[in-house]
Design a protein. Structure first.
Length: 367
């Protein structure tokens, strides 16, 4: 029985190479690999697609978070509210600038619970950073209401949510700052690390542009110490090409998700339904089940590859011991960490493969 891979990046290249290879060759032939025309062209197209005034391309999603936080003036002594179930980069970015992550538990859909945010706000709270996990946006209307009530800016960790919308409004356009990753595993992906920041604030965009390039003004004057976080020209050219195909890619993943939900026995296998306000891009398709580890081994024996995002919550990671949290502090996150399983949902899957995965899971549970 043929393997069903969790991801298939090489298949994407096979689909694109006739169109994409000349674009890459053009950049290579130009000799302009950093600081050329491709990055601003890419930024302009992303800004149009995501309905924001400014986009600043950087070299990773993690740097997007660090630069976004830094541009808001957040640093030592400040607190940032965020969930404990994201990839470690979300919390690491807060720690790297010297601020304190204040963790808030999540809803059944794995996104931060807005009903718990206000209780965690203190005089030191300088930002709320929801994470749009799996390509499903957090409840931004409720979070924005809290933000406006207390005058606290929102930083969207939208690394997994390029193209997602909530109530018709794109990810990255709700907060003061939106932070995206273009890692090869993302829906809008490069052929290496990359990321970008979205904002409607001209001053914030200017600050991030300066910070990503050593803090330089011109070539020889440094106004403030910054970073080296420029996006390479090749990555920008690739992203500008792939942006044109993002809606088609997302549609294929949405069709795969719908097919899963039509076959899986949802009385036994939990998967939160998409609400009327949500447009989910399905970066990942995550189910919640009992006996997760045993099911994963069974699927492996059936030549079906899966993953877990993420098996150890941030507050229980060894690096987080100084944050002061312990087992039991975030019961929903901890329960989900033992039950979540990520199924293949990439755009290169055939209907027969989706059906095989779903049917195999149903069979395992005897339903």
């Amino acid at each position: 029985m043929e393997e069903i891979p969790y991801v298939n990046i090489s298949a994407q290249w096979c689909e694109e190479k006739e169109e994409l290879l000349p674009i890459i060759e053009k950049v290579l032939a130009s000799g302009q690999y950093v600081g050329g025309e491709e990055v601003p062209k890419c930024e302009k197209k992303i800004a149009e697609a995501f309905n924001v005034e400014h986009v600043v391309a950087v070299n990773s999603g993690t740097d997007a978070l660090i630069l976004g936080l830094s541009a808001l003036g957040i640093g030592p002594g400040d607190e940032v509210i965020t969930p404990p179930n994201s990839f470690i980069a979300s919390t690491a970015a807060i720690v790297q600038i010297g601020a304190k992550p204040v963790l808030v538990d999540v809803c059944e859909d794995q996104n931060i619970n807005p009903d718990l945010i206000e209780a965690s706000i203190t005089k030191n709270t300088k930002a709320i950073m929801p994470v749009h996990l799996t390509g499903r946006m957090a409840r931004m209307d409720a979070i924005l209401e809290i933000s406006n009530k207390y005058g606290i800016p929102i930083i969207e960790d939208a690394a997994q949510a390029a193209g997602s919308c909530y109530d018709g409004q794109p990810s990255g356009s709700w907060g003061t700052v939106g932070c995206f990753s273009t890692h090869p595993l993302k829906n809008l992906n490069g052929c290496g690390d990359g990321g970008f920041v979205t904002t409607n604030d001209r001053a914030i965009a200017a600050s991030i542009r300066q910070l990503r390039n050593h803090g330089l003004v011109g070539r020889d004057t440094v106004e403030k110490y910054g970073f080296v976080s420029r996006m390479d020209e090749i990555q920008a050219a690739i992203l500008r090409f792939r942006l044109k195909h993002l809606s088609q890619l997302v549609q294929r993943r949405r069709e795969n998700a719908r097919l899963y939900r039509s076959i899986l026995n949802l009385d036994v296998i939990f998967h939160p339904a998409e609400t009327l306000l949500e447009f989910n891009t399905w970066h990942t398709f995550v189910i919640q089940v009992d006996r997760r580890d045993q099911l994963q081994e069974y699927l492996k024996s059936e030549n079906i590859e899966t993953s877990v995002h993420y098996p150890v919550p941030i507050h229980l990671q060894p690096a987080s011991v100084t944050l002061g949290y312990s087992q039991g502090d975030f019961p929903v996150t901890e329960r989900q960490a033992n039950r979540i399983l990520t199924l293949p949902v990439h755009q290169h899957l055939a209907e027969e493969e989706i059906s095989r995965v779903a049917t195999t899971i149903n069979d395992y549970f005897g339903c």
